[in-house]
Design a protein around this ligand. Structure first.
Ligand SMILES: [Zn+2]
Ligand SMILES: [Zn+2]
Length: 425
């Protein structure tokens, strides 16, 4: 008897998360997330394989591609039920379709399998429960992006496992902090992206960002904020529209479509009215005329892509980079190979011949918990907790978080498995 937790992806890395959990009293197990990662050339990488006939069902924590991008592979030969929230279903459908447009050559499934997955979905609200082949599943808010969920699994033999997906433990303008499920937990599979660092205090970062935007507008400049389509764009939009309602805000790129999903699912937001008003006052860019109008007067432009890998943000950057009165504010994680990283390091993007004279800044508006928040999630279950498994973090972050948890909870076993490793609970 026992529970087997196999890490298929996300072991010692951020990207292509996949965890397979099987109760030895059952022939089938539960798949928790199945995402894609991307190599240095932008080609998708998949988690390790699990036989579709071994899968009792799939649970998806949230809509980011590193958690759901590989899941349609299961709909080539079978049709497992897949549990997720409504915003996760709607947002991920758009993100996966977009990925297929760019990378279909490297991906073994097509839009047909994606549609099969959508048709096999069991849509669950926070607080809801469902049974898949004896595995009882319940979800609550993970605080990361719209519809992100913490998943509680009560296995057929009564072991209680929490799978966090990505989580955030502070309130932001759009999303409320994670709400741990009331009840006991024996094991946690927890993300560790920022397991080794503390984020600066959120409200200080927000205040500083608002000050910079205000000063730039007052000085006659335009502010460009390249932001991820899901989450950060809506967050920055809501922040600026509520703190500076008199400023012209333009919204461009994929955030426009995602924002409509936010609006349709506004009960998942911390303050639905605040977001609704922000979207009402924003100029949603419709065409090239709008796009050219956006920077004629002092304004704030929020556009994808968050790491400047493409999208209208690049067009705006070329137009705005030369003028010292303007500001370019990056608010998202910048991977080492990204143009966003290059611009922050060198003040230029060599390949595109862009050199920036505008103010260049980066603000930490992370949607992931820092070390303390992650530790608190484990401490919340200290009465019953026996095992912690760290995923979704590089080795340094995992090691630091493992140390913090071991110090705070000496009786708890902490594992940092690599892909393919299996832990018996
Ligand atoms: Zn995520
Ligand atoms: Zn992730």
């Amino acid at each position: 008897m026992g529970i087997e937790v196999r890490v298929l992806g996300g072991g010692g890395e951020v990207g292509r998360t996949g965890v397979f959990l099987r109760d030895s009293s059952r022939s089938k197990g539960l798949l928790l997330d199945y995402g894609v990662g991307f190599d240095d050339y932008g080609r998708p990488m998949f988690p390790e394989h699990v036989k579709p006939s071994d899968v009792a069902g799939i649970v998806i924590s949230h809509a980011h591609l590193d958690h759901i991008g590989a899941a349609p592979l299961f709909y080539i030969s079978t049709k497992p039920r897949v549990v997720m929230t409504k915003p996760t279903l709607e947002v991920s459908s758009i993100l996966i379709r977009d990925m297929l447009k760019i990378s279909s050559y490297y991906i073994d499934y097509t839009e047909e399998e994606l549609n099969e997955m959508i048709n096999s979905a069991i849509v669950l609200d926070y607080g809801g429960e469902v049974d898949l082949d004896g595995y009882n599943i319940a979800i609550s808010n993970a605080g990361h992006i719209i519809g992100s969920a913490l998943t509680y699994i009560n296995t057929p033999s009564g072991e209680r496992v929490l799978f966090t997906g990505d989580l955030n433990t502070v309130n932001t303008y759009t999303i409320s902090a994670a709400e741990p499920w009331p009840g006991e937990v024996d094991a946690i599979v927890i993300e560790s992206t920022y397991g080794g660092v503390e984020h600066p205090e959120r409200h200080r970062v927000e205040k500083r960002l608002v000050e910079v935007v205000e000063a730039t507008i007052d000085g006659g400049g335009v502010v460009l904020i390249p932001a991820f389509s899901v989450g950060r764009s809506q967050e920055v939009l809501t922040m600026i529209a509520s703190e500076m309602p008199y400023v012209d805000i333009y919204l461009d790129g994929m955030p426009r479509e995602i924002s409509r999903i936010y609006l349709r699912n506004s009960k998942y937001l911390r303050n639905p009215d605040l977001f609704r008003k922000a979207l009402e006052v924003a100029h949603v860019v419709r065409d090239w005329n709008d796009r050219r109008r956006a920077f004629r007067k002092p304004s704030v432009i929020i556009s994808s892509a968050g790491m400047l890998k493409g999208g209208p943000a690049l067009y705006y950057l070329k137009k705005l980079a030369d003028e010292p009165r303007n500001a370019v504010i990056l608010v998202s994680y910048q991977s080492k190979d990204s143009p966003g990283h290059e611009i922050l390091e060198a003040g230029s993007i060599a390949d595109l011949g862009i050199s920036v004279k505008a103010k260049l800044m980066w603000f930490d508006l992370s949607s992931h918990a820092g070390r303390r928040g992650l530790l608190n999630m484990a401490l919340h279950y200290r009465e019953s907790l026996r095992t912690v498994i760290l995923v979704h973090g590089d080795n340094e972050s995992r090691d630091k978080l493992a140390k913090s948890i071991t110090e705070a909870l000496p009786g708890v076993k902490v594992y940092a498995p690599m892909n393919g490793e299996c832990i018996l609970l």
